[in-house]
Write a protein that binds this ligand. Structure first.
Ligand SMILES: [Zn+2]
Length: 272
């Protein structure tokens, strides 16, 4: 019976093809926003409910401020490039969670979380903007939906069942957590593909610059990540976001273009 439901769900969600406005590439999604987002929002609220969410501190305010600036930069970029209304189903939210894990993640529809454990590496508001730009970019480019599309049959099936029936089974919940790298009880998380990581870096550095943050700081942030991973146990974020010289060099090479892009929006000086 369960197998039947999974197959039915898969059949039900094939195949919506969508153009990514940032890359111009067609992407294959099993699930569309109107189906995916409500489940995403619910899973996000569940994570918040089970976490210690920090409210009202200067760090928490900074996370919200940076998130809002970057999402609004993304909106400007989308509107200027012929995609007004692209974000109409998004419900942006940026929360700081008290946890030693060096991690940050985004769920579909603009639900972002930072863990306090990543703040010693981001160091400055601009450092937060680098990670925020990257995470917002994953959300903008629908990588979450594609990640689920590309997941194993079991994972896609569990998410599909959850989406189709509102099923809150532990398996369905686990599939969400695993897909987004949340929780330590789940063994391993699904990494984004290398091309998703490059896309998120390339989009992220542009929107951080349009938001007024110095894009040259992107490479600096990843250098600090790399130094951190030199220790014994790589932080959670780094197991899905390997920081290497290629990534750092690419970001250095992308910075001048991001400065130029920001100019188009009247942004000529940057917060360091
Ligand atoms: Zn990423």
């Amino acid at each position: 019976m369960r197998r039947y439901i999974i197959l039915f769900s898969l059949f039900f969600f094939v195949f919506s093809c969508k153009t990514n406005p940032f890359t111009g590439k067609k992407t294959l999604n099993f699930v569309n926003n109107s189906t995916l987002f409500p489940s995403s929002f619910e899973a996000y609220n569940q994570v918040l409910g089970e976490s210690k969410v920090i409210k009202g501190t200067s760090d928490a305010q900074m996370i919200t401020r940076v998130g809002q600036r970057i999402a609004s930069a993304a909106e400007k970029w989308l509107t200027a490039n012929g995609y007004p209304g692209y974000l109409k189903d998004y419900r942006w939210e940026y929360n700081l969670i008290d946890s030693d894990q060096v991690n940050a993640w985004a769920m579909p529809g603009g639900k972002i979380a930072f863990y306090t454990g990543i703040l010693p590496i981001t160091q400055t508001e601009t450092g937060v903007a680098v990670v925020m730009g990257h995470e917002v970019a994953h959300a903008l480019a629908d990588h979450g939906a594609q990640r689920q599309s590309a997941g194993t049959l079991q994972q896609v099936g569990a998410v599909g069942v959850a989406v189709a029936t509102g099923n809150k089974s532990p398996e369905a919940q686990q599939a969400w957590m695993q897909a987004y790298g949340i929780g330590t009880t789940v063994g391993g998380m699904l990494p984004f593909s290398r091309s998703h990581e490059s896309e998120a870096d390339a989009i992220g550095i542009q929107i951080m610059a349009i938001a007024g943050y110095n894009p040259y700081e992107a490479a600096e942030l990843w250098k600090r990540m790399k130094a951190k991973s030199g220790g014994q146990a790589p932080p959670e974020f780094l197991s899905t976001h390997p920081s290497n010289d290629t990534r750092i060099n690419k970001l250095t090479a992308l910075a001048p273009g991001a400065v130029e892009e920001a100019k188009k929006f009247g942004v000529t000086s940057f917060k360091k």
